[in-house]
Design a protein around this ligand. Sequence first.
Ligand code: SF4
Length: 694
Amino acid sequence: MNVQISRQLHPVSPAGARALVRIVIVGHVDHGKSTLIGRLLHEVEGLPDGKLDALKAVSARRGMPFEWSFLLDALQTERDQGITIDTSQIRLRTPARDIVLIDAPGHAEFLRNMITGAAQADAAVLLVDATEGVRDQTRRHGYLLHLLGVRQVMVVINKMDRVAFDAGKFREIETEIAAQLAGLGLTPSAIIPISARNGDGVARHTSSTAWYRGPTVLAALDAFVPARPPHDLATRLPVQAVYKFDDRRIIAGRVASGRIRVGDDVLIMPAGKPACIKSIEAWPERETSQTPRVAIAGQSVGITLDRDIFVERGDVVCASTSPAASARRLRARVFWLHQRPLAVGGHITVRIGTAESTAVVAAIEDAVDPGLLASDGAEVIAQNHVGEIELALSRPIAIDPYTADPNTGRIVLEFEGRIAGGGLVLTAQAAVLDTTSGPRPGKVASTARASRTGVNSDELRAKASALAQVFASLSPAERIAHLRREVAGKIVFTTSFGLEDQVILHLLSERTDDIAVVTLDTGRLFPETYALWAQTERRYGVRIRALHPRHGDLETLVERDGINGFYDSRAARLACCTVRKVEPLERALAGARGWIAGLRAEQSAHRQDMALVTAEAERGLIKLNPLFDWTREELLAFVSSNDLPVNSLHAQGFASIGCAPCTRAIAPDEPERAGRWWWEEESKKECGLHSHRP
Ligand code: SF4
């Protein structure tokens, strides 16, 4: 049943004068929900003039005893006839609160509305029938509140008149329901014995419940704490667009929470760039003295910053003291609408405000059929079911847990270009360097082809050339940042844990860029390299994704050439490198638009042919070697001054370190890469990793 008393009956109070609390009523219709709502409306004098008398007269004429639930039936009928307001909630005024009572007619519909933001409840009334006590359905209703994250709950034990206001019966139910709710992490604010039909315990206590010392229903409603209004929350301005006017870059969006003031220090999330609000723009342009100095939640604004930093749609301007999380992984409670069940490994698009990211479902827990309201233990979420999922995002986005800010804590899920669900963010995990969201192996070939055919080679080369000119005067960190800004889509950094790679990883760890870090595990690495890999993950708190050779290719190779066949001929060595390195690299780069590697020009004569920035037209990407022009002295100085973890083999005379059977220590007067494939001629030492063209 969804009805609303006309707004005109309850004029809205001036903003801020009275707190508004949204309360959901859950309980079986037979437990007296309509009766309680009808009685409450009467007690707070919230009924239209003459409505009660008219209904009593109708009942008398029909020879029926009057029931409070008739009130809602009558109002429902009027609503159906289009006579009264057409929304689905009931407003009433208690002594201290403006209250919106939200009925929960069907679990599925209500869950969907709550989760997608169509409805919102600050608190709940859970209704229990004294004649029936705690039943399965009561447990389900408690579970519903748990799913919705509603923390304030009042329990009303109705129909006490039917059990002769037996205090013993009440205590029995009270103990059981309190234990049930405790198991769900809920502590009721009050458990109240009432007779909604007779009015006992609703607005006042009567002699029938003289043994009860707690609040009435009305008093308990008044004690619910309203949600904080949006303007009281930390500042969040999701960026909708950035416009360039004369020499100003105007950042436009709607203030979702808090307030924006000229002079405020802010952080642009998810990148965490600091800035200060220089102005709030007005249209048409007014005198400077008349331009606004502050904008609050709900207002659409254009702002300028005090510095020229890159801001784009999807960023969120946040209070510097309490910014949104830059999340690369999040946990959410979602409602799934698509006919194809959501499964672990599924690829979806996540939208939050104006931001979006592709994501992989990393885990599913607590899939629930809302009709039964019980966890079914399934590892997929079926259509119209609810579940808790963990998502690995392909790029960081600014997110708040729903409990901290519902305005930036709700997500929309898209699947195959359509809205397929929505959810509440439960927790957000800060951005990490690793990504597990690359294309699945089975899809690599088609993704890679698409990338090769989808990029215009001439444009790519022109872009690489332009970037090379800009990058020449930048530091390695600035080069990486600039590449991230200029290249839309996936960027991959490949590390083999060399000194250059450790420097680049260190630079990446100081940023929140969306750059995937991967390594190629040939299966022939030194034990010291594996140890450094683990040490590096610990140092930076990341997991570095490994690409391994395809098992079948490896078996064929070893069967044909032997385990160390690469010593026998250059062809065998290149075949080994192709299976163990080059093919996995192609998988790592599939679909990428940018590739960061640790090449330096002075490492070998051959590498001087390479460049700081190149266009890899066949792969459809721009490749950046941010340390390309660094000398070994610069490299060692950075490693030392930042105390970077390095391979212990360096101390034993190893310089460039690759696979164990193919690497030796070098003499002091030998070039850096002399220890790699030492048995080969210098001009034939590349393995295809950086020179291979697919
Ligand atoms: Fe094989 Fe040696 Fe190449 Fe490693 S470096 S992939 S062991 S040939």
